[in-house]
Design a protein around this ligand. Structure first.
Ligand code: F0G
Length: 470
């Protein structure tokens, strides 16, 4: 009898991971043939941004504004208050921002780069230096547009895709201190910490690092802002990887993170799981007041900032849902699922897996390929041709030309980002993507010819660039 009990006990398994939602509405997507895709990509001038979305089977271009809202968010749309000034939607968002981040002052904006535009209009002038961890392209664009310079102080480990480090988004404190020490204080209007760090592979910044950066900034009398698009994913990684945070809730971790900053810019299209929206959070009333002027000029009145009341309601609800552990586990586990599949097929990717995307190492994928022929873009085109999967180049095209020398910049990492929209695809879709990429990897030695530029804009060229096969 006791043996039987023993036996049945040994068959008890740990419960497997499963999604923390079920699906109420679906959107149909369409497969295509390779011949059709050859034609479409040629018509798109080999720029994946130019493709019609209906000609894409699985769209991993971005996780920005592409998430699926919850039933609660859709309900909030109906409750939106469309008053021009002082709407209840505004106050709902104000309370949520206070509750989650602790800020007394905030300005809504229509998206993240609009928040950058408003804030930088107050803070940044020609010749300034803005240290940070691999600034995102719109952030860098807004800095360079003002003839200032973004200085990358990310730790060296971030630039080797196979080095395992739990917080590859961290700022190297020595690099940062050098910038702070060797330049006049009035030339450094702020430090920007991007959490998670998109450009270095969706990699998180540790609580310890946030704390130390803030202490260093205070020592030199410089303010810190967090570029917060994926702040909740960053908090999830802190909970999973940093000692002392295992038993804290995501909301507790977020509160502590934001005690080490003077403010935030936010693209709500990511971790607030809405299709449009952004905001700026401030500790300082004076800075907030100066920013109000530019918000009114560029975005709209200070209580709506380019958003409809219904958008603001959905955003406030999304901030609450986006900082729940179960949601974040579902999301980040799906990204990891794709990462594990690709590793099984031997495809070189950035390790550890990022929070919002898997980054394929195009340099390791196509090692003998001339960088002047845009290897990461070539790989992204091949992936589309293989199975209608749209990823995005994070490489030489995105790096743009040096604003002074006008020469192409070749970044340390050439990547193709497979960005997973929130609550949109299933793991079957992830398996499909992995096989597509494995097939391209299998025939990688036959990929000999790259791409040349036939048209490019003077700034942020990757969005509208036109290319042709060499
Ligand atoms: N900061 C980060 C870290 C971002 O990833 C983005 C956008 C922005 C700022 C700008 O926000 O798009 O709302 O104006 N990233 C998107 C992406 C576009 O695909 O990674 P936005």
């Amino acid at each position: 009898m006791s043996k039987l009990i023993q036996l049945s006990n040994s068959n008890i398994m740990d419960l497997p991971f499963a999604e923390s939602y079920k699906i109420k509405m679906v959107e149909l997507i369409k497969k295509s043939t390779r011949e059709e895709r050859e034609k479409w990509i040629k018509e798109a001038k080999y720029n994946l941004f130019n493709l019609k979305s209906e000609n894409v089977f699985i769209d991993l271009l971005t996780d920005s504004g592409t998430g699926a809202m919850s039933d609660k968010q859709w309900s909030e749309l109906m409750l939106g208050d469309e008053s021009y000034a002082g709407s209840s939607s505004y106050y709902k968002m104000k309370d949520t921002i206070k509750e989650i981040f602790g800020f007394d002052y905030f300005l809504p904006t229509h998206q993240g780069r609009a928040a950058e535009n408003v804030l930088f209009s107050v803070l940044i002038k020609q010749g300034d230096l803005i240290p940070g961890n691999s600034h995102f392209d719109t952030t860098k664009g807004h800095i360079e547009f003002r003839k200032a310079k973004a200085i990358d102080c990310t730790i060296d480990e971030a630039f080797n895709t196979t080095t395992i480090h739990p917080f590859k988004g961290n700022i190297d404190l020595d690099k940062l201190e050098k910038v702070l020490k060797n330049n006049p204080n009035e030339k450094i209007p702020l430090i920007i910490v991007t959490i998670t760090c998109n450009s270095s592979g969706g990699q998180p910044v540790s609580m310890q690092n946030l704390k130390e950066v803030y202490a260093l900034a205070k020592k030199y009398g410089v303010i810190v802002f967090f570029d917060s698009a994926r702040f909740a994913e960053n908090a999830y990684f802190i909970k999973k990887r940093e000692k002392g945070y295992e038993n804290k809730t995501i909301k507790e971790i977020v509160k502590e993170m934001y005690s080490y900053t003077d403010g935030m810019t936010m693209s709500s299209k990511k971790d607030a799981i809405v299709n449009i929206g952004g905001f700026i959070g401030f500790k300082d009333e004076n800075l907030f007041k100066q920013a109000c002027i530019y918000n009114i000029l560029f975005e709209g009145y200070i209580t709506y900032g380019g958003l409809a009341g219904r958008d603001i309601n959905a955003l406030a609800q999304g901030l609450k849902e986006g900082t729940e552990f179960d949601y974040l586990e579902t999301r980040i586990e799906q990204v990891a699922h794709l990462g594990r599949r690709l590793e099984e097929y031997g495809v070189p990717i950035q390790l550890p897996y990022g929070g919002h995307a898997i980054f394929v190492d195009a340099t390791k994928f196509l090692p003998d390929f001339p960088k002047e022929e845009f290897r990461a873009q070539t790989l992204a085109v091949e992936l589309y041709l293989e199975g209608g999967v749209r990823g995005v180049e994070i490489g030489a095209l995105l790096a743009d030309r040096d604003p002074i020398t006008k020469k192409n910049r070749y970044p340390k990492l050439e990547l193709v980002r497979l960005t997973i929209p929130r609550r949109v695809y299933t793991n079957n879709h992830m398996d499909y993507v992995a096989v597509c990429l494995a097939n391209v990897y299998e025939r990688r030695n036959k990929i000999k010819k790259g791409l040349k530029i036939i048209y490019e804009a003077p700034i942020m060229r990757h969005f509208t660039i036109e290319l042709d096969r060499i």
